[in-house]
Write a protein that binds this ligand. Structure first.
Ligand code: CP
Length: 314
């Protein structure tokens, strides 16, 4: 594959906008960024003098902390805002928050929001590069990129890799970004979940769909378990947690159908005993903490490519 040397857009709003060469560029850059984390002084001057605002309108542990760490490793000046500590609780609109932020001239805005499309709205108002850190049930592009980096490190490739993505698919931005990325890079994706949790039209994205966990796992190189998102459920999607675990919970016994060297992934946070048994989450198949570590490198790569003083968008 010919690797691109820059990203076409000054924003990262979704995997939708990236072509395979750009995905490859981000992943190659992330591999190079990993070296910075092994140095005694884990810092480079790439974003010195750049200001990054982290706007988290929804809770986050992994994404928020890894963006902050990535920014600090690149020497950026960073500010954080969450809903609870901001004037959003006084009723300020997203557009007014955006205009207020724009008046402070940030170079990069990292944004998580419960509404699909909120980062796109900010990108129309602000001059800064906007990075989508998860918007509603739409996309979580840096999650899919760190997942891809983890698969490449463990499996050496994405092309032809058999990936089963299992769980609460209808509410999952991680599913959508992963399907877009993996199919674009030539992986074979199987999506599995209860019929009530399958997004309508998911087959049109080029994935095989099944409601049988055994069928999904059969011969899989990668099994990615997704969280049951109780907070986004406002209907009777599941009969009971016990029944869900019996049908869709990943156990060591069920993993025997997968490829011998299968890896198990989960974006976190996990519901142990709901979508995944602790014996699997903490077992030899699990690369869940590798995913967290790779999140820092991927976010460094994206920040560098969008806002770096040497090679990024000016
Ligand atoms: N994977 C993920 O987005 O986790 P957080 O919600 O903790 O950021």
């Amino acid at each position: 594959m010919t690797t691109a040397t820059t990203l076409r857009s000054r924003h990262l709003l979704g995997i939708t906008e990236l072509d395979p060469e750009e995905i490859d560029l981000i992943l190659q850059t992330a591999l190079a960024m990993k070296e910075v984390g092994t140095r005694p002084i884990k810092k480079v001057p790439t974003l010195r003098g750049r200001t990054v605002f982290n706007l988290f309108f929804e809770p986050s542990t992994r994404t928020r902390m890894s963006f902050e760490l990535a920014e600090k490793r690149l020497s950026a000046d960073t500010l954080g805002m969450t809903t609870a500590g901001s004037s959003v609780v006084k009723g300020e609109t997203l557009a007014d928050t955006a205009r207020t932020i724009e008046a402070m001239s940030p170079d990069v805005i990292v944004m998580r929001h419960a509404s699909s499309g909120a980062p796109h709205q900010i990108a129309k108002i602000c001059r800064a590069s906007v990075i989508n850190a998860g918007d509603g049930m739409h996309e979580h592009p840096t999650q899919a990129l760190l997942d891809a980096l983890t698969m490449i490190e463990r499996k050496g490739r994405l092309k032809g890799l058999r990936v089963a993505i299992v769980g609460d698919l209808v509410h999952s931005r991680v599913l959508r970004s992963n399907v877009l990325l993996l199919t674009r890079m030539g992986a074979e994706v199987c999506a599995c979940g209860p019929a009530t949790l399958l997004p309508p039209g998911i087959e049109s994205l080029g994935v095989r769909v099944t409601t049988s966990l055994d069928d999904a796992i059969d011969g899989a190189d990668v099994v990615m378990m997704l969280r049951v998102q109780h907070e986004r459920m406002h209907g009777l999607f599941l009969p009971s947690v016990r029944e869900y675990f019996a049908l869709f919970g990943l156990t060591a016994a069920r993993l025997e159908r997968a490829a011998k060297d299968v890896i198990v992934m989960h974006p976190g946070p996990m519901n142990r005993g709901v979508e995944i048994a602790s014996e699997v989450a903490d077992g030899p198949w699990s690369v869940i903490l590798d995913q967290v570590a790779n999140g820092v490198a991927v976010r460094m790569a994206v920040l560098y490519l969008l806002a770096g003083t040497d090679g990024g968008h000016e």
